[in-house]
Design a protein around this ligand. Structure first.
Ligand code: CFM
Length: 482
């Protein structure tokens, strides 16, 4: 359904192909803008590449693996260290032991491919780099080798190298081939990581059954948290509530996790799936391959978090767990109510524009309502149809949606809708602030965690501090700007 002419952005007059990427939401009949398709030439997209999705988003948060990037050094550098997917593996040393198994956000390792390697092949370099890194960090739980556009194009047989290295080091060495060009955005890299990791994990488990969870170590309430990346310590709030519910968390895919635990993923009873864009693929594969079902969950805001706990309790059909869920919800809600009331009063009626990758636009549409704020536009970098369906279901009707926005479109929306706050990332915050619009880092947070009940208060505090920072009065004061 085309958007009404009054909504057409001026900046796209010269690139009208962009109009099909815009829509007005509707709860009864969801309206889905064109999405997950190639960027039109001439459109300076904000999207990332498939490799960024594989390494930067899904694989990168694994805490104890050497992340070997088979590429020119630039690919390794630009994906490194910008997303705060934290890890608790911080034990640098112990008595008599120099402990060096913490890789998370500490190391950017690359084979540094040069023209010569492009011509003659880079497999030797890759093998040497893997073994050299292993010698330097023998405590690692395994190696993940990533290809990028360069190694993808020259066609190095990375799997052959992985098998050789695996024999030498006695730990899993997996290859993730998601060169930048293999899809239209980072979303393709999420998909490739899921599928390839699953396949290699399943093969490894067959060859080495000792890595599986032993029967006697299983509990009836073993769960995995899937699609949760421990942004700014979200897991510090997520894990304890599921444990209080009576669950045992076998593994987290992938926030701060160890390879040993990841290999046990199919041995749990249930997968609790948080990021439904980047990790539905592996949840489906585990369901098909190992008959482990999954429930979809959101850990943001009161209503969604409460539902996540209730759904897990319901799945296990345990009266005790169902009661426990209500007790937790009650206790947590009471604990945050005084602070929440304060922020609600301050934020009531404030307008907010949302621009994140995809899922967080629908996760947070609900959260904004809980804070009494009004969402005035929503933008997603790489959402698919199912993300837009969820946004349609959660938003007030006629919310203006822009798929894969570029800078000019963001600028025009800021001017047109004049939000009091823009929930967005590091790249766009400077633009918004120049327009006098406060921002909160919606990818890695300002001072997280933002998940679960208590995280909501941190989120509300950062929004409040953003909107009420005295500095904005200067940008809005005409005398000052003149
Ligand atoms: Fe999933 Fe994520 Fe997101 Fe995402 Fe991302 Fe992200 Fe995101 Mo930034 S995994 S899709 S690729 S919820 S890094 S933690 S915030 S764009 S909406």
């Amino acid at each position: 359904m085309p958007i009404p002419e009054t909504y057409e952005l001026e900046c796209d007059r010269c690139i009208p192909e962009r109009y099909k990427h815009m829509a007005l939401s509707n709860r009864e009949q969801p309206v889905i803008p064109a999405c997950n398709i190639k960027t039109v030439p001439g459109d300076m997209t904000e999207r990332g590449c498939a490799f960024a999705g594989a390494r930067g988003v899904v694989g990168g948060p694994i805490g104890d693996c050497i992340q070997m990037i088979h590429s020119p050094s630039g690919c390794a550098w630009y994906q490194w260290g910008t997303r705060r997917n934290l890890s608790t593996i911080y034990n640098w040393s112990g008595p008599g032991k120099l402990c060096n198994d913490s890789h998370n956000r500490r190391r950017a390792i690359t084979t540094d491919l040069k023209e010569e390697d492009v011509v003659f092949g880079g497999v030797k370099k890759l093998k040497n780099a893997c073994l050299e890194t292993w010698r330097l960090t023998p405590g690692a739980g395994g190696i993940l080798i990533y290809t990028t556009c360069t190694s993808g194009l020259i066609g190095d047989d990375c799997h052959a190298v992985a098998r050789e290295v695996e024999k030498e080091i006695g730990k899993p060495v997996f290859v993730i081939e998601a060169p930048g060009f293999c899809g239209v955005s980072q979303s393709k890299g999420h998909h490739e990581f899921n599928v390839q990791f699953y396949k290699q994990m399943a093969e490894y488990r067959e060859k080495h059954p000792e890595v599986c969870l032993k029967e006697e170590d299983k509990t009836p309430y073993d769960i995995n948290i899937i699609g949760e990346f421990n942004m700014d310590w979200d897991l510090a709030l997520i894990k304890p509530l599921f444990e209080k519910l009576g669950c045992r968390i076998v593994t987290v895919f992938t926030g701060g996790e160890r390879m040993d635990n990841l290999l046990k993923m199919p041995d749990a009873k249930l997968n609790v799936l948080h990021c439904q864009r980047s990790c539905t693929y592996i949840s489906n594969l585990i369901q098909q391959g190992y008959e482990v079902p999954y429930v979809r969950a959101s850990f943001f805001g009161i209503e969604q978090t409460a539902r996540a706990l209730r759904d897990v309790a319901k799945f296990f059909k345990s009266e005790e767990m169902i009661d426990k869920a209500e007790q937790i919800i009650d206790k947590e809600t009471k604990a945050i109510t005084p602070a929440l009331n304060f922020y609600r009063e301050k934020l009531a009626g404030k307008k907010v524009g949302l621009y994140v990758g995809g899922p967080r636009v629908w996760h947070w549409t609900k959260v904004m309502k809980e804070l009494g704020m009004e969402v005035v536009f929503g933008m997603c970098t790489f959402a698919h149809e199912d993300d837009y369906e969820k946004i349609n279901a959660r938003a007030e009707d006629s919310l203006f949606l822009v798929d894969a926005p570029n800078e000019f479109e963001i600028e025009e929306c800021l001017e047109r809708f004049k939000p009091d706050l823009f929930l967005t990332g590091l790249k766009e915050k400077y633009l918004a602030r120049k327009f006098g619009v406060p921002t909160v880092n919606s990818h890695s947070y300002e001072k997280g965690p933002y998940a679960m009940f208590r995280g909501l208060i941190n989120f509300a505090r950062d929004i409040y501090q953003g909107i009420y920072a005295p500095v904005w009065k200067f940008t809005r004061d005409e005398d000052f700007t003149r």
